[in-house]
Design a protein around this ligand. Structure first.
Ligand code: ADP
Length: 902
């Protein structure tokens, strides 16, 4: 058979058509015409030969016999025709052809290389393996599910393909995975089946690794780019929005009156300028820090970082706010300390005393202690200054000695004051007075409920939204390195937990050995706190950790008597409230009786906080009345200016005028508040029924307690007998110690039942004879936890009363710990308990003998005068004091005998 002839179509570089593949390409009109004329007189097959790259001189020999599938005529003649071909089989030209015959369709002899023969099994297997790996990777990398499925379907076909069809499959796959041009060209030239499969295998392996590597690179690049791109896009959007807003506001047609139209530039608009100013300010502050100091080094380092980081980024903001904090801490370079003149002034102590007296009534002992404290502060400050000058004479000699190294300031290392007492007893305001006397700024840090160490020490900067702790914040607010800082409620600070140990952080702050280099986690540069004067306050000493207590000097404020409260109310609280509510002293007075009524019936606290609140309520009530009185025209009768100004300006004469004008006015202005009016203003008195409710009853006595807030008061101890088996039952949220006290009390009473006249014979259990009973002892206010041994004698008295039938008078209260041998041992909180009893109108108290000195030292004279104290050494004495001489049927001799036998 002679070699067949086919029209030859040269495919422009880099197009190539493989057998089994399809290709669509644009062609010129002349070529399209040639193809059409060829189609007319033969079947639609032509030889598509790839044209080599222009710079490579290789000849064109191999191609693909292709069927013309479609030829699309363009709508517009200036456009090109589109020719679609389908590769059928490889062809080879016996001799190379001239490349310039691109635009026509020359007819040439072609040879169809033989593609018969079966490839070896190994070649087919390795072909299949490579193809499957590639298909698997392609499926994995496909983003569309459809595509994925397609690749997997092809993989399934490849797995099952026979050896005869393997070469065909190679053609299909190579065309589909679109390798590079030279690879395709070489593959086209591989007429031999074995050779073709081997080339396809190589090609697939290469393609797989390319696919893998490019995937890796793509994802790595993607990761690194996506954040930057996101930020970039967001910034662009932000800028665009700002531009739009700006144009909106600056266009006169749309701008509202609030946006400062007409060229008026608001300082809010010029962001860039303000920003630059802030930065310049920050820079100045860093430059002002001491050369060579740690804070300056850190400041400079952070400033450099700030400059490197693009403005407006999150990191930039973080560094800026850090620098702002860093520079606002009062470092030695940017702060002023109290001038020494304050201390050198000879009238310092007199002035300090005057200040304390001006701010507080009474508290004599405490004021005396504070004066001692202030004297020590003063002496130390003077001594330190003298030492500094001695060490550093150059300072005096030459005022320009800038390079003199700063001398380490020792600071005030006196004890730290700890004010302990119930709320409203003036702890905070004493701290303020000390600050005023020392002419230092005052800051208060509330530690109540602080569980997290970071609240004191700050969060590390790695923490999101980190910031400095309360100490640094207080220093910044004070603006000086020697403020008076009041650490409020140190008893309520949390102990070690998973948020760290706030109590330990507090210790570091307070410890004079450590606090010259306090480390706030956020600032992370040691801060010298040795100049700061710390004062702590707490309600009780029970919950303060021992090491903290060890560093403090306790000053107890136990509470005020009614007499003291009257004075405080008249001199401080009432004038303060009158001023705060826009009235003047002449417009309102509370009679002494009214004040006492408020103090006794409406507030029964140790301090004066509720009293102040109640007085405030009365003053506000009267302020409304006054305003209404003015509005009703009564005010205009006195001068015709019924307005707020007048309210503050009324004087005695004017008031007199008004009273004279009574005939015209319906109602006269009543400036005085009497006790009977209080119910209308404050409502029903809270403590009114307290005394009346108290009863003298078998089995009930009154004990003395101190609450968790440090407030003293009385507490009924109730006991009753119920049918039972001779046991003791205790209720009222009692702790272990108080329960044991109950057991001891009952045991003592059982042992001494005969001597007390409760039982008829020695050794008889009063709980079993005549009736078998249980004794139930209850301490009311059942929701409050109670513990401690001090209710011992109250319990004994309750049991004795219950079993003997004698009653303890209701105006007697008692406290004292007992022992099994019948001794009464001392207890704490005597001052608060006595004051609490006094407030509760109790006039007789039974106390342990050993607490005698506490009463003498700590309890105010006027309270002592109004009360009767029984100091007892033994339970016998306590019973006698409680029930009265001869009230119990004592069989005394036997008691004495028993004692002597012991
Ligand atoms: P604390 O800190 O003990 O809870 P504060 O210091 O806040 O109590 O006192 C509450 C109010 O009572 C303040 O207005 C204070 O001025 C006033 N106060 C307390 N004690 C006295 C006093 N002895 N003389 C005058 N005012 C007092």
């Amino acid at each position: 058979m002679g070699s067949p002839k086919l029209p030859v179509l040269l495919l422009p570089h880099p197009l190539i058509l493989l057998p089994t593949a399809r290709l669509t390409l644009p062609i010129s009109r002349s070529l399209a015409d040639a193809i059409i004329s060829h189609l007319d007189d033969s079947d639609a097959v032509l030889a598509a030969l790839p044209l080599p790259a222009p710079d490579s001189p290789s000849e064109v020999t191999y191609g693909t016999a292709a069927r013309v599938v479609r030829l699309v005529r363009p709508r517009n003649l200036t456009q090109q025709y589109l020719l679609s071909l389908h590769g059928v089989a490889r062809v080879r030209l016996p001799s190379p052809i001239q490349i310039d015959q691109l635009e026509c369709l020359p007819i040439h002899n072609v040879v169809y290389p033989s593609s018969e023969g079966t490839p070896s099994r190994d070649t087919v297997e390795s072909f299949k393996d490579a193809a499957l790996i590639l298909l698997d990777r392609l499926a994995k990398d496909s983003l569309q599910q459809q595509r994925k499925d397609d690749w997997l379907r092809v993989a399934a076909i490849v797995e099952d393909i026979s050896e005869q069809r393997a070469a065909w499959m190679a053609d299909v796959l190579v065309a589909a995975v679109s390798p590079q041009y030279p690879d395709k060209l070489a593959f086209l030239a591989a007429a031999d089946v074995e050779d073709r499969l081997r080339r396809a295998t190589e090609l697939f392996v290469k393609q797989s690794s390319i696919q893998e590597v490019s995937k890796k690179i793509a994802s790595a690049v993607d990761e690194s780019l996506s954040r930057q791109q996101k930020e970039y896009f967001l910034r662009q959007q932000l800028a665009a929005i700002q531009r739009e807003l700006h144009s909106l506001h600056s266009s006169p047609a749309t701008a509202g009156p609030g946006f400062g139209t007409g060229g008026a530039i608001s300082e809010l608009d010029d962001d860039d300028q303000a920003d630059a100013d802030d930065l310049a300010d920050l820079r100045r502050k860093i430059e002002a820090l001491d050369v060579g100091s740690e804070e300056r080094k850190v400041g400079v380092r952070e400033w450099r970082r700030l400059k490197r980081i693009p403005q407006g980024s999150v990191e930039n903001g973080v560094i800026r706010s850090y620098l702002e904090w860093l520079t606002s801490v009062p470092w030695p370079s940017n702060t002023t300390t109290t001038p020494l003149d304050v201390f050198k002034d000879h009238s310092f102590l007199t002035r300090a005393r005057a200040q304390l007296d001006a701010d507080h009534y009474g508290l004599d002992q405490i004021k005396r202690r504070l004066m001692e404290y202030l004297a020590v502060v003063r002496l130390r400050a003077i001594a330190d200054a003298a030492q500094t000058q001695g060490n550093n004479p150059a300072t005096d000699a030459s005022p320009v000695a800038v390079s003199t190294p700063p001398t380490k300031n020792k600071g005030v290392k006196g004890p730290i004051l700890l004010f302990v007492g119930p709320p409203g007893t003036g702890k905070t305001s004493l701290g303020q007075s000390i600050a005023k006397a020392l002419r230092r700024p005052f800051q208060r840090i509330s530690l109540g409920g602080v569980r997290d160490e970071a609240e004191i020490r700050g969060h590390r900067r790695t923490y999101v939204a980190s910031g400095p702790g309360s100490i640094v914040q207080a220093l910044r607010k004070a603006g000086r390195n020697d403020p008076v800082i009041l650490l409020d409620e140190v008893d309520k600070v949390g102990h070690s937990n998973f948020h760290g140990d706030p109590a330990a952080a507090l210790l570091e702050v307070l410890d004079p050995e450590q606090n010259h280099s306090f480390n706030d986690h956020y600032i992370n540069v040691p801060i010298d706190l040795s100049q700061v004067l710390f004062i702590c306050t707490s309600n009780t000493l029970d919950t303060i950790s021992a090491p903290l207590l060890d560093r403090c000097e306790v000053v107890e404020l136990s509470g005020y008597t009614y007499d003291e409260k009257m004075h405080i109310a008249k001199r401080f609280l009432l004038p303060k409230q009158i001023r705060a509510n826009g009235l003047s002293d002449s417009q309102l007075t509370l009679t002494d009786d009214a004040l006492l009524h408020v103090a006794t019936m409406y507030t029964r606290e140790a301090g004066v906080r509720s009293l102040e609140r109640a007085i405030g309520a009365v003053v506000r009530f009267k302020a409304v009345e006054w305003a209404e009185w003015l509005d009703a025209g009564s005010g205009s009768a006195a001068g015709g200016e019924g307005n707020a100004k007048q309210i503050g300006d009324v004087d005695e004469n004017e008031k007199g005028d008004r009273n004279n004008n009574n005939n015209e006015n319906e109602k006269e202005w009543r400036a005085t508040v009497e006790p009977h009016e209080l119910e209308k203003i404050l409502g029903i008195p809270r403590w009114d029924t307290e005394e009346r409710d108290r009863e003298e009853k078998r089995g009930v006595v009154y004990g003395l307690v101190v609450t968790g807030m440090g407030e003293g008061g009385i507490l009924p101890v109730e006991s009753t007998a119920v049918p039972g088996v001779g046991r003791l039952k205790l209720t009222g949220s009692l702790g272990d110690v108080i329960k044991e006290s109950g057991e001891i009390a009952l045991s003592w009473v059982k042992t001494h039942a005969f001597e007390l006249g409760i039982t008829a014979g020695r050794g008889v259990d009063p709980l079993k004879v005549p009736d078998v009973i249980d004794v139930h002892l209850h301490l009311p206010a059942g929701a409050q936890k109670k513990d401690g041994p001090s209710a011992g004698i109250a319990m004994i008295c309750a049991f004795v009363s219950l079993l003997s039938g004698a009653c303890v008078p209701k105006d007697i209260a008692m406290t004292g710990e007992i022992t099994l041998r019948g001794r009464v041992t001392p207890v704490g909180g005597i001052r608060m308990k006595v004051l609490g009893a006094h407030r509760a109108q109790i006039r007789k108290v039974i106390l342990p003998w050993a607490n005698r000195k506490d009463v003498e030292h700590d309890v105010a004279l006027e309270v002592r005068r109004e009360m009767q104290f029984f100091f007892v050494r033994t339970i016998d004495e306590a019973l006698e004091a409680a029930f009265g001489r001869g009230a119990l049927g004592w069989r005394r001799e036997s008691t004495v005998l028993l004692e002597s036998r012991l």
